[in-house]
Design a protein around this ligand. Structure first.
Ligand code: HEC
Length: 115
């Protein structure tokens, strides 16, 4: 409860100090909505996709879904698939914001097959 209120405060005001400073970087692991960036995309990928997909750039070696380094999907495919799911893959619409999904899509499209 306390942590939840604390995180809400962080998102609202970006005042980590208001949390009493004992969260030990907990906020770091939580993606900040509405701030797409390459780093954010990688973090989101690691949190949401790495269990099932291989993507060398993210150090991911999941085997449930297709290897994204081989597939090299474009951003539109990643975004559509992430929003709606398909096959054994869950839909992330409602769980991730459109900005977060776009950040993942850009990240995957830019990095798949790159390393
Ligand atoms: C529970 C395992 C699981 C998770 C988590 C998961 N996927 Fe998938 N993904 C799959 C499976 C299985 C398929 C193959 C779906 C099919 O056969 O239709 C797939 C397919 C895909 C495809 C290919 C779609 C196509 O039409 O070829 C992309 C791109 C993709 N996933 C991206 C992602 C991204 C990005 C995430 C994280 C937001 C993610 N996946 C999370 C299991 C997963």
């Amino acid at each position: 409860m306390k942590t939840r209120a604390c995180l809400a405060a962080v998102f609202a005001a970006l005042t980590l100090a208001a949390c009493g400073g004992d969260s030990e970087g907990e906020g770091e692991a939580t993606a900040t909505p509405g701030q797409p960036s390459a780093a954010n995309g990688q973090e989101l990928f690691t949190q949401n996709c790495a269990n099932c997909h291989t993507l060398a750039a993210a150090g991911a070696n999941g085997q449930v879904g297709p290897n994204l380094d081989d597939l090299r999907p474009g951003p539109d495919l990643v975004r559509t698939q992430t929003e709606n799911g398909g096959g054994a893959m869950p839909a992330f619409k409602g769980r991730l914001s459109p900005e977060q999904i776009q950040a993942i899509a850009d990240y995957v499209a830019e990095n798949a097959g790159a390393s």
